[in-house]
Design a protein around this ligand. Structure first.
Ligand code: SF4
Length: 502
């Protein structure tokens, strides 16, 4: 049923052009895999929450070709209301082209309360209030007495112990005050949103802070191009650690390209200045003395360590919380003084809690006082500290490893080495192709299998248990080769830094 759904209403509240582009030019939207993963998480959380208040009727109905059968859902909802149902999930209502399906509609003494389920851990009341106020308005127009509005979020303080505690997993927040702020504007907003949808002319909305708030917009590249901001050459938006507000201010003042930046004489941080200078002149910046000093902090054998983790909304093991980073894999390259290289690795079996076996094997592989490197050590140190908290008997060893980690990111972050191809980014995925532009063995795109980045590793590991043996073997191989490349990349980066320091 075409019309104004609650997601279209919230799109309009973010930006009228966002609503329009979604209807008229959806192909321009860039949907990254993390967006899809968030959507899948939302669906599974919604399923779990359905039973929060006891027995319920789910009116979700699909057509033969798998789409939502809105007409049938509207009719089933009316039947549930007539039957005095206590809990209706996906309760569907429509009023003059405005449509919504309420996650959980719960009967109260004198009406019904709306429960909106979100997979996030925080109740960002203002943002979600728009969505819920729209639902309350549609239901009210349909003659339902809405007696309460609640947000059901994930409780990140919940620690699993045995069977999943669905009631502890969720936290319920009364958002009636925030809904009351939005509610008086809903009718006018619906009218304005429908006018945008009915008009084939694209609304003229300049990019602004709203593009990133409350969430990033998938039409950013499209709108940037429209504003004359090229996506094939560096611009103010590529400046190292530039704030979006500042970047918008520069664009507003006609400063877009790097030559514009130089001409304007705007203030740049030392790192941004180095970035612009190198890019404009096609030169590299190498601070040999500083690199030397950094390299002198390392001693052989050098242990290059990298973890892969998963972050599940439903804590999978005892002692874990929602969205906790749970390490399930590591790769370790050991570089000896004579130039030999050893590789060790760990990968959980996909069924059992991998943390104990991983921590034990890691302690056997890395001496407590070893020289260890990580790329962006905050991440590895965080996981080691959590493992130390979980396994007190291994704590001293794990914390000692953590305390000895030297960050391979730091020479780049401190500006000891800059190549224009880094584009103002210092992640291993930005640094590696800049330092080794034509080495196919160091190109993550050339990895065979389904894992080419941390997000894919995080997504595939929890699925392993349900795979066939053949699929399992392929997924495991893919995970192992990906993580191995992460630490091999660190070996190569260090090798390059030594070469540059000479
Ligand atoms: S990028 Fe900004 S201006 Fe363009 S549609 Fe999205 S929110 Fe609107």
């Amino acid at each position: 049923m075409p019309g104004l759904s609650k997601s279209k209403y919230t799109s309009f509240r973010k930006c009228p052009k966002y609503l329009w582009l979604g209807a008229y030019k959806p192909e321009e939207q860039v949907v990254d895999s993390s967006m899809q993963a968030r959507f899948d998480t939302g669906t599974s959380v919604g399923e779990l929450a359905k039973g929060l208040f006891g027995p319920y009727t789910d009116v979700t109905t699909l057509t033969d070709d798998g789409h939502l059968d809105i007409k049938a859902m509207l009719a089933r909802t009316q039947q549930c209301l007539a039957d005095d149902a206590d809990n209706i999930c996906e309760a569907a209502f429509s009023y003059r082209g405005c449509y919504c399906a309420v996650d959980i509609l719960r009967k109260t003494d004198d009406g019904y309360a709306i429960y909106e389920v979100k997979s996030s851990t925080s109740a960002d009341k203002e943002v979600y209030a728009q969505d819920v106020a729209f639902q309350k308005w549609v239901l009210t127009q349909c003659g339902v007495n809405v007696t309460g509005t609640y947000l059901v979020c994930i409780n990140n303080q919940y620690v699993r112990n045995g069977a999943l505690g669905v009631h502890q997993l969720f936290s319920i927040n009364d958002i009636s005050e925030a809904v009351a702020v939005e509610y008086p504007q809903v009718a006018a907003n619906c009218k304005a949103a429908k006018a945008v949808l009915d008009n084939p002319a694209e609304p003229a909305v300049p990019i602004g802070p709203h593009c990133h708030e409350p969430y990033g917009c998938g039409f950013m590249s499209y709108c940037m191009r429209q504003c004359g901001i090229p996506d094939n050459e560096p611009t103010v938006f590529d400046l190292y650690r530039g704030s979006f507000e500042k970047q918008l201010e520069h664009v507003h003042n006609g400063i877009v390209s790097f030559p514009d930046i130089v001409k304007s004489g705007i203030n740049l941080t030392p790192m941004q200045k180095m970035q612009v200078d190198c890019t404009m002149h096609g030169t590299k910046h190498i601070d040999k003395a500083a690199l030397h000093e950094f390299l002198n902090t390392l001693s052989y054998p050098i242990y290059h360590l990298d973890f892969e983790t998963m972050q599940l909304v439903v804590p999978p093991y005892d002692g874990t919380r929602p969205y906790q980073q749970i390490p399930f894999q590591y790769s370790l390259h050991i570089e000896h003084a004579d130039g030999t290289l050893e590789h060790r690795e760990f990968l959980g079996n996909g069924v059992d809690d991998p943390r104990r076996a991983l921590a034990e094997q890691l302690c056997r592989a890395i001496p407590a006082d070893a020289c260890v490197t990580a790329y962006n050590k905050k991440f590895e140190c965080g996981r080691l500290s959590e493992l130390a908290d979980t396994f007190p008997d291994l704590s001293a060893h794990l914390l000692s490893i953590s305390n000895h980690i030297i960050d391979l990111l730091s020479p780049f972050q401190k500006g000891y080495c800059y190549y224009p191809a880094m584009g103002g980014g210092f992640s291993i995925k930005a640094v590696l192709p800049a330092l080794f532009p034509s080495d196919p063995d160091l190109d993550y795109h050339n990895l065979e299998g389904s894992v080419h980045n941390g997000g894919e590793a995080m997504d595939i590991y929890p699925l392993i248990a349900a795979m066939s043996p053949v699929e399992q073997a392929a997924a495991r191989e893919s995970l192992l080769r990906y993580c191995e490349l992460d630490t091999f990349a660190m070996v190569k980066v260090l090798e390059k830094l030594r070469e540059l320091a000479r």
